[in-house]
Design a protein around this ligand. Structure first.
Ligand code: AMP
Length: 253
């Protein structure tokens, strides 16, 4: 199970599922520099390693892989370029240039080192799951992917290492992102999506959030849909900034 540390109950739910279903669970903690397009975001990423180790031990994790940057990215190694196609041009790919190349690089490396039979990923990072699925497909690997539902705080905010950065006032409004996703979900038989989309933009901007995107997409391909398309499996996705903390979330429709 690959992570960037600053573990929370969402991560631990994945670890526990992995522990239940496998003989040996390996968790990696590596704040991967190549997937950050904002150096400040990278510098501010929390690294409470002692707490993380305690949580992993309690959850029954067998091995922690905690490599250094030099180990994962040797100095003279040219970066591999991945063909992720359409998937890296939209949503997170559009707003975080090069992000998914970085994700593909590190996941490819981790898989080569650890050689797992099963890989556990959180649905919270929906597009990342599809990118990794595509990577595994291209590698013709028989690794099995397990997508685990998003764990949320009581008010619906998706658990995230970045939530630690929110002030009390920011934390109080952060669940609006989930509320918007639920309204997109509940209005699918009542209204056209562009109307709901605009309502959500307005709700978020009134509270001072800066929205990167509010979209619905085909849940398998991530093709962006202009309106609700009941004969397709759909996912609604939002990315918004509260102060300088950028949060993402999604729900299946
Ligand atoms: P990260 O440390 O943010 O790279 O996340 C490591 C793994 O944990 C990824 O597969 C995430 O999708 C997953 N994850 C993060 N937050 C949650 C959550 N709230 N619920 C379930 N899985 C999560």
């Amino acid at each position: 199970m690959p992570t960037m540390g600053a573990l929370h109950e969402g991560h631990i739910a994945l670890i526990k599922k992995c522990v239940r279903e496998n003989e040996l669970t390996v968790c990696s903690i590596f704040v991967n520099p190549t997937q950050f397009n904002d150096s400040e975001d990278l510098a501010k990423y929390p690294k409470p390693i002692e707490e993380d180790i305690k949580m992993l031990t309690q959850a029954g994790c067998s091995v922690l892989f905690l490599p250094s940057i030099e180990e994962m990215y040797p100095k003279n190694e040219a970066p591999t370029k991945y063909n992720l196609g359409f998937l890296e041009t939209i949503l997170e790919g559009e707003y975080r240039n090069g992000h998914f190349q970085g994700v593909a690089q590190i996941i490819d490396k981790l898989l080569q080192v650890i050689k797992p039979h099963n890989l556990y990923l959180g649905q919270k990072d929906y597009q990342q799951c599809l990118v990794i699925k595509e990577l595994i497909h291209q590698k013709k690997s028989d690794l099995k992917l397990h997508l685990v539902p998003t764990l949320r705080e009581e008010d619906g905010l998706a658990m995230s290492s970045r939530n630690r950065r929110l002030t009390e006032a920011q934390r109080a409004i952060s669940s609006l992102i989930y509320q918007c996703l639920i309204s997109i979900q509940s209005k699918q038989t009542l209204q056209h999506f562009p109307i709901v989309q605009k309502e959500c933009f307005d709700i978020l901007s009134k509270k001072g959030l800066t929205t990167d995107y509010i979209e619905i997409a085909d849940a398998d391909t991530l093709e962006i849909l202009k309106d609700y398309t009941p004969d397709r499996k759909m996912v609604a996705l939002i990315a918004a900034k509260i102060g300088d903390t950028r949060l993402i979330d999604n729900v299946l429709l």
